[in-house]
Design a protein around this ligand. Structure first.
Ligand SMILES: Nc1nc2c(ncn2[C@@H]2O[C@H](COP(=O)(O)OP(=O)(O)OP(=O)(O)O)[C@@H](O)[C@H]2O)c(=O)[nH]1
Ligand SMILES: [Mg+2]
Length: 337
């Protein structure tokens, strides 16, 4: 599911350095010829896709990117140095548009994809260039050309990093509302959520946002269209991790049975999704006693599953859950995407 993050910024290429008007002046050579060199070209601004960046947050702090001007030409036919280029790193999947016309200029998808956002101006020509048989001492040189400038708009499609899955009423939306600023509808009846919802979890120590998707509840037979069906699973196909939310307040063997029902539906959808890294989130632990919690935890752990116990409603265990997500995001950000 796509959630669009946006940023607007200004880019300007460096101006070309001006050409120089100069004449050779040395002792004993009273009337030397023209020797003014060319100005250097202005640097250009490039956008380059990098997997080290995961959000457009940096652009909220910086909105102007300007490449260096070319150095003017000098006497003794010395050319001015070219201005340095400036490379602005953007996240993979950045769509670049002209902010005014809305025209799509580039789609930077893969690591290293580059786009010239603003060309530097050409350097001016020194007076050496204008010497002719008729005019051996031209006093003419050209100024450098100005660098290109424009406002750009970046659009980034955010893909969900974390998918919340579970039966209806398990508390997925409640959990999303506690982990992010999203305000999904929450109610004590099944199929409250009808459309996938996204929330962004921000960690204190860096600006990698973690995008969490809450999808409608699945029930047995979802793969055959029962309930709302399982078409929403496509929104979490590319997540790094799934949180399987389970209503721990269910009686007897219900939590475990529910777990298996849902896992079966996932497998019916795609083996790949069923094999995705996942955590069991035993929710609603405010409604059960310690012994029951210990029993459920042991049951899931006994099957080699990682278990986190929370009460989304009362905020119990959420700090630990956030830490876990931060760890997963950090590991994932170091792997090639
Ligand atoms: N006691 C208790 N109730 C909870 C907790 N979390 C959620 N609930 C309640 O469970 C009910 C369902 O919560 P939702 O967040 O809407 O559940 P959902 O999984 O999003 O449900 P669907 O959108 O229908 O799939 C609501 O009445 C919530 O108030 C919890 O930790 N403890
Ligand atoms: Mg919901």
């Amino acid at each position: 599911m796509a959630f669009i993050d946006e940023a607007k910024f200004f880019v300007r290429g460096g101006d070309g350095g001006r050409g120089c008007v100069s004449f050779l002046r040395e002792k004993f050579i009273p009337k030397g010829g023209p020797d003014g060199g060319d100005g250097g070209n202005g640097g250009s601004v490039y956008l380059e896709a990098s997997n080290k960046l995961l959000s457009l947050n940096d652009f909220h702090y910086r909105s102007h990117f300007i490449a260096e001007n070319g150095v003017p030409g000098m006497g003794k036919k010395k050319h001015g140095r070219a201005g340095k280029d400036k490379t602005v790193h953007v996240p993979l999947g950045s769509l670049v548009k002209d902010a005014e016309s809305g025209e799509v200029l580039a789609d930077l998808v893969a690591e290293g994809d580059r786009f010239i956002a603003a060309r530097g101006g050409l350097g001016g020509r020194g007076n050496v260039r204008f010497a002719t048989a008729q005019n051996r001492a031209p006093r003419r040189a050209t100024p450098g050309q100005p660098g290109e400038e424009r406002w750009l708009r970046l659009e980034l499609k955010l893909l969900a990093d974390v998918g919340l899955i579970g039966l209806p009423n398990a508390g997925k939306s409640t959990l999303l509302s506690k982990l992010s600023a999203a305000r999904p509808k929450i109610a004590g009846y099944p199929f409250t959520t009808l459309e996938p919802q996204l929330g962004i979890l921000k960690f204190d120590y860096d600006n990698f946002p973690c995008v969490i998707a809450d999808i409608p509840g699945l029930i047995e037979g979802a793969h055959q269209g029962v309930g709302l069906g399982h078409k929403f699973l496509r929104h979490i196909e590319r997540t790094k991790v799934l949180l399987h939310v389970i209503d721990a307040a269910g009686e007897d063997d219900e939590p475990w049975q529910n777990f298996q029902t849902l896992e079966n539906e996932l497998r019916q959808y795609k083996d790949e999704l069923a094999d995705r890294q996942r955590f069991i989130v035993l929710n609603k632990i405010d409604a059960i006693d310690k012994e029951r919690l210990a029993e459920l935890t042991a049951q899931f752990k006994g099957h080699g599953l990682e278990v986190m116990a929370v009460s989304a409603l009362e905020g119990i265990g959420l700090a630990e859950l956030k830490d876990k997500l931060a760890e997963i995001m950090l590991t994932a950000s170091q792997e090639p995407r």
